[in-house]
Design a protein around this ligand. Structure first.
Ligand code: AGP
Length: 611
């Protein structure tokens, strides 16, 4: 997830771009850049790090141009380096492009363009757009036509901005699945990824729909479809405050990120498989293909929420790859002198890629000759530089300390990883992979359905936010969701909560049950459903309060519980991703009800880079 901003008008563009990028910094901040048409020349500045670095880089340039584009990056393809920072240019350097999204077919397009003589400078998917436009401009020097033709060649998600020295009085924007808003000022016209970037300049906006383009001149904005039809769009007035706008209108980043999960999941799977052929393709995982034949055991190492994702990953990999999987806390693994060797595949699961224990665990694995890989959300982070291959989640930056969208994105990544390895090892045939991929394709909409439990869980939080302790119970692949629900609650509401395998309750925790203790029972219709119903009964028999989370259509569960919410049905390996949603929402609303600092809970950090 990146931030883009474009401006054309009579004001100096650099301060407008820098201010807009600062307001979009929450969308990505590993590198940034801007391009300005300066007295007939295209001037481009890029820098690694936060917007401040870019500001320092352009300060002395004294740019007075009034047309330009800006970009702040959250790397998905290509490390966070100056070469990979946007704007990207064509071969001439006279055309620049900024982009938020993922171009799925960029590799095939890049190969073809290289064969046609184009010279690439970066590792990014974005750069192919600049060379495609250049190619079509050579056919017909009309920027709007060339952009339209280029976008009809690409598949994937994009919000782009384009500026060409050959047509200095226009900038072109376009969108498909990534956001783009147009700002209408007095003789000033803008586009940006999100409202905060332009809110300080105008409150009059137009929203583009997918596969629409906008051409901005100093006279106005013209919207067309990719097919070239003119579009009339009503101007809307934004009444949000700037800070509220940064959160997309949500009260907290955590809630915004909970609601971003359909997109985060969609982006994590985007471009990584063909439903028809059942083919799964990962970039940069060649070492995995080499290692797989000799792998006899998998060890997943992680901390916190990522460890819960790893526990779910164990079920996925064992079922689809028929390999034994151990899951270890990184902090335990690194000191345990584990029995691992060149026949062991050690996979680090980490949102930040900077968790010190996980980094140390990978180094310990490498020292023992293991093959090492990572599932990670931050391109170029420390863990990703220690392993042989990385399967990136494309959840975008997660600002809330409590992990939400990165958790479900990790589950999707581990699911694809298990399918890929199972297919390579011959333990999951093409039909089975296709069937599992069909389940995966349905997951984003099913998450959207689960998000509609929000109001119900907010109501529920009013009943129980004063309780001093919660117990979360689950079985099998959904036991980790009980752990995750408990962690979410305690880390943002400071209420003690414990996740437990339901079958273990009678070995101790049952002593805790009383009419003062809410017990969240994760009870989807799966192979251990009857067993967990029995555990639910044991709680009720001791006056415990049962909040059941089950499967849509289950008529039995609501009869047994004090409260019951249900999520859509899917294959058992993906059910945890759906059950996580009500867990997150319940924790969020209890914490809000208690007046806690949801986005920055006490004593916690987003990334634990100390022991
Ligand atoms: C989860 O909500 C917490 N923020 C924390 O447990 C986190 O999952 C853990 O610190 C691991 O972080 P990582 O995924 O960046 O390695």
């Amino acid at each position: 997830m990146c931030g883009i901003v474009g401006y054309i008008g009579d004001k100096k563009v650099v301060p407008i771009l820098l201010d807009g990028l600062k307001r979009l910094e929450y969308r990505g901040y590993d590198s940034a850049g801007l391009a300005v048409l300066e007295r007939g020349r295209m001037v481009v500045h890029r820098s690694v790090g936060k917007i401040k670095e870019l500001e320092n880089a352009v300060w002395g340039a004294n740019l007075v141009g009034t047309v330009g584009l800006g970009h702040t990056r959250w790397a998905t393809h290509g490390r966070p380096t100056e070469e990979n920072a946007h704007p990207h240019t064509d071969c001439t350097g006279d055309l620049v492009v900024i982009h938020n999204g993922i171009i799925e077919n960029y590799l095939s397009l890049k190969e073809k363009l290289i064969q046609e003589g184009h010279r690439f400078r970066s590792e990014t998917d974005t750069e192919v757009i600049a060379h495609l436009i250049e190619k079509y401009l050579a056919d017909e020097p009309d920027l709007e036509v060339a952009v339209r033709r280029a976008l009809n060649d690409v598949t994937g998600a994009y919000a782009i901005g384009v500026l060409w020295k050959g047509d200095p009085n226009r900038i072109v924007g376009a969108k498909c699945e990534s956001p783009l808003v147009v700002g209408l000022g007095e003789g000033d016209f803008f586009f940006a990824s999100d409202i905060p970037a332009i809110l300080g300049l105008t409150r009059n906006v137009l929203f583009l729909n997918d596969r629409e383009m906008v051409v901005l001149t100093k006279e106005g904005a013209e919207i067309t479809t990719l097919a070239g039809e003119r579009v009339q769009r009503a101007v809307e007035t934004v009444m949000w405050s700037p800070i509220l706008a940064e959160k997309g209108g949500y009260r907290h980043f955590m809630l915004k990120e909970i609601y971003e999960q359909p997109r985060a999941v969609r982006d994590t799977m985007r471009g990584r498989f063909s439903e028809d052929s059942g083919q799964i393709f990962f970039e940069g995982m060649e070492a995995l293909d080499e290692a797989l034949p000799e792998v006899r055991k998998v060890v997943l190492i992680a901390c916190g929420t990522a460890w819960h994702a790893a526990l779910v990953g164990k079920f996925m990999i064992e079922e689809l790859c028929r390999l034994p999987v151990e899951v270890d806390y990184s902090s335990e693994f690194r000191y345990r002198d584990p029995v691992v060797d060149e026949g062991t595949l050690v996979v680090a699961v980490s949102q930040s890629g900077e968790t010190l224990d996980t980094l140390a665990g990978i180094k310990a694995a490498r020292a023992r000759g293991c093959h090492t890989f990572a599932v990670c959300n931050v391109v170029g982070s420390s863990v990703t530089r220690e392993v042989e291959g990385v399967l990136y989640t494309h959840a975008g930056p997660e600002i809330g300390v409590a992990a939400t969208k990165t958790f479900t994105a990790q589950l999707v990544a581990l699911y694809l990883f298990a399918l890929y390895c199972g297919h390579k090892r011959g333990t999951a045939d093409a039909d089975r992979v296709r069937a599992r991929l069909a389940d995966l394709v349905r997951l984003p909409q099913q998450i959207e359905a689960a998000l509609r439990l929000d109001a119900e869980l907010e109501q529920l939080s009013h009943c129980y936010h004063t309780k001093s302790g919660f117990l979360y119970l689950g079985r099998g692949i959904n036991y980790p969701i009980a752990l995750e629900g408990a962690l979410k609650l305690k880390e943002i509401s400071y209420i003690h909560a414990e996740g437990y395998p339901a079958g273990e309750m009678k070995h101790g925790p049952i002593a805790l049950i009383s009419n003062e203790m809410p017990v969240v029972v994760v009870a989807p219709r799966d192979r251990v459903y009857e067993k967990i119903l029995g555990n639910l009964q044991e709680v009720k028999a001791r006056d415990g309060i049962v909040i059941a989370v089950g499967s849509e259509g289950d008529v039995e569960l609501p009869k047994r519980a004090d409260h019951c919410v249900t999520v859509p049905r899917t294959c058992h390996l993906l059910t945890p991703a759906l059950l996580a949603i009500p867990m997150q929402l319940l924790a969020y609303h209890v914490a809000v009800r208690k007046g806690c600092d949801v986005d920055q809970p006490r004593n916690l950090a987003k990334s634990v880079t100390v022991e």
